[in-house]
Design a protein around this ligand. Structure first.
Ligand SMILES: *[C@@H]1O[C@H](CO)[C@@H](O)[C@H](O)[C@H]1NC(C)=O
Ligand SMILES: *[C@@H]1O[C@H](CO)[C@@H](O)[C@H](O)[C@H]1NC(C)=O
Ligand SMILES: *[C@@H]1O[C@H](CO)[C@@H](O)[C@H](O)[C@H]1NC(C)=O
Ligand SMILES: *[C@@H]1O[C@H](CO)[C@@H](O)[C@H](O)[C@H]1NC(C)=O
Length: 381
């Protein structure tokens, strides 16, 4: 017993020592010049810290390390009875014939996820506000949580408002509101004389709205790699005083996310607000990542087996780990990247109702329900 206790106390020290050595090896620059290829070594340091953080926060269980198991009981709602699902996620409505993708549940190696109880959630967070902030992957997760809660309290009264940038879903009897704040880069896009400028150093547009929310779940990445002036939504990038046409997008993400981190550190009172980062949601357009070089998510009916993704980790996820571990505010990383990488079967593919192949978002019901189970677990542990 006491021996266990001592090693429990010493372990973090040991890891911290190793990490600070790693930091030295990387140079102590506050803002290292990060190139795409160099992310691997930085990732090693960042992920080490993240593991440490995860352990502290979930009492011994890493919720995000595990495997998918067949489980026909893991459904939270029917798509036809949830009024909040956008067409692009409503795969069954648009005729997805195989339903096996609905029959998997995530099993962490070292513990069991608590059963999701929407009524308990509403009771615990009575009168509170939950906000998802980010891009359409936030929307995916927001709608999922709405459906999960809605299905667990029959007859509950809801008010559902879709607006740009702020949408809301209120569960009236409990005064709980789930918000969605759409801002794909988190940092600002400002109008300047030259046109629309993605300003890596400012985060004013939504910040006033986020400030006093009880639970914040941030996410950003997918738009950072958008090509083409139309789909990316900006004409120039501003990094401090320099206005540039374009730059390495991982570098841009790193700078933008660092601005976000500074905002959180300066503005969030952790005795009022719990802060989460949703983690990087992967895509499945490149079958070579899972050794089916000619394929995409199209026609995939099963997850990958095992606990690791053959295509490896994502550089953007390493940036997230590293930025979060440099913050003074404890931000809980919902580290959904690997578990989602294993779900090549869970995208809308051609069943998003718009004629395109979507290997980026996720069907509802589906994978985002697991993200919310894990959010629920993190809030209860
Ligand atoms: C990685 O960074 C180091 C400096 O930290 C540099 O010397 C090296 O050339 C970089 N490698 C690549 C592949 O960019
Ligand atoms: C999935 O589970 C449901 C029960 O929830 C069952 O009726 C169905 O046959 C299962 N589908 C497959 C493909 O195993
Ligand atoms: C961004 O600006 C900072 C400060 O002006 C500079 O040190 C850095 O090199 C710039 N980063 C990129 C990727 O252009
Ligand atoms: C943070 O919130 C707590 C609880 O509401 C309050 O007592 C405290 O003064 C706040 N701290 C700051 C720095 O505003």
């Amino acid at each position: 017993m006491s021996c266990k206790l001592i090693s429990l106390l010493l372990l973090p020290l040991l890891i911290l020592t190793i990490l600070s050595e790693a930091d030295k090896a990387l140079g102590s620059d506050k803002k290292p010049q990060v190139s795409y290829h160099n992310m691997t070594s930085l990732a090693a340091a960042g992920e080490g810290k993240e593991t440490l953080k995860g352990r502290k926060q979930t009492s011994g269980c890493n919720l995000f390390q595990g495997k998918w198991v067949f489980d026909a009981s893991n459904r939270f709602y029917d798509s036809s009875t949830c009024p909040f699902i956008d067409d692009e996620f409503d795969c069954l409505k648009f005729g997805r014939p195989d339903k096996q993708f609905l029959n998997y549940s995530w099993q962490p190696d070292s513990c069991t996820i608590p059963r999701f109880d929407g009524e308990a959630f509403l009771n615990k967070w009575r009168g509170k506000r939950v906000m998802f902030v980010g891009d359409s992957l936030s929307e995916n997760m927001w709608e999922s949580l709405g459906c999960m809660i809605h299905a667990s309290v029959p007859g509950i009264t809801t008010t559902f408002l879709r607006r740009t940038p702020l949408s809301s879903l209120t569960f009236q009897e409990y005064g709980v509101t789930l918000y969605l704040y759409r801002t794909p880069y988190l940092v600002d896009i400002s109008k300047e004389k030259v046109g629309r400028v993605l300003n890596l150093g400012t985060i004013e547009s939504g910040a006033g709205v986020w400030k006093d929310v009880d639970i914040l779940v941030f996410n950003s990445w997918h738009w950072w790699v958008h090509e083409g002036v139309k789909s990316r939504g900006w004409d120039f990038i501003r990094n401090g005083s320099s206005l540039i046409r374009d730059m390495n997008r991982l570098d841009a993400f790193n700078l933008g996310l660092t601005t976000w981190a500074q905002w959180v550190d300066q503005n969030i009172n952790t005795s009022q607000t719990r802060v989460f980062f949703q983690g990087i949601s992967p895509t499945h357009y490149a079958g070579k990542e899972w050794n089916e070089p000619k394929k995409t998510c199209n026609g995939q009916m099963q997850p990958l087996t095992g606990s690791t993704y053959p295509g490896g980790s994502l550089p953007a996820a390493s940036i997230v780990s590293r930025v979060l571990s440099s913050m003074k505010t404890p931000v809980y990383l919902l580290d959904i990247t690997t578990l989602s990488q294993l779900r090549k079967d869970a995208h809308p593919s051609t069943y998003g109702g718009n004629g395109r192949t979507d290997c980026s978002h996720w069907c509802l019901p589906g994978l985002p329900d697991t993200w919310n189970q894990l959010l629920y677990a993190a809030l209860s542990m």
